[in-house]
Design a protein around this ligand. Structure first.
Ligand SMILES: [Zn+2]
Length: 136
């Protein structure tokens, strides 16, 4: 096993670092993510992660076709990861696991105590589902 997870501590983790953000882009992520990526939601559940409590959501403008919005999101998992930068899932989206002491320039502000690791989801593309539109 390349990692161990404390499911209960991960599932109950809530502090200022993963307080839900209320901006338009984050709200769109929360509204659209589960329907767009049911497989990823299942993976998050296997880690004990609450999908609605990311550490950070990075919104990266429209895709090239300008019909979907690009995102990255970061979650923290209570547990021990043996191998840094572990590519866990690669499909249309990518999930990479990072040790708490990684040298990768990722978002990793968390209130969790060591050991923990960061689960990063990149290459997310979501439709815009809110009635309110982004200004760009
Ligand atoms: Zn936000």
């Amino acid at each position: 096993m390349k990692y161990t997870i404390d499911l209960e501590a991960t599932a109950s983790y809530a502090d200022k670092y993963n307080e839900p953000c209320d901006c338009l882009y984050c709200r769109n992520y929360h509204e659209a993510f589960a329907a767009a990526y049911p497989e990823i939601i299942k993976i998050l559940q296997d880690f004990g992660i609450q999908a609605e409590r990311p550490l950070n959501i990075i919104e990266c403008y429209w895709n090239d076709a300008k019909d979907k919005r690009r995102y990255e999101s970061y979650y923290s998992v209570k547990g021990d990861l043996q191998e840094d930068k572990l590519e866990f899932y690669e499909n249309d989206t990518v999930i990479t696991l990072y040790r708490y002491d990684t040298d990768a320039p990722i978002y990793k502000n968390t209130g969790m105590e060591k050991p923990y690791f960061i689960l990063a989801i990149t290459n997310i593309e979501l439709p815009w589902v809110l009635s309110e539109c982004p200004i760009d």
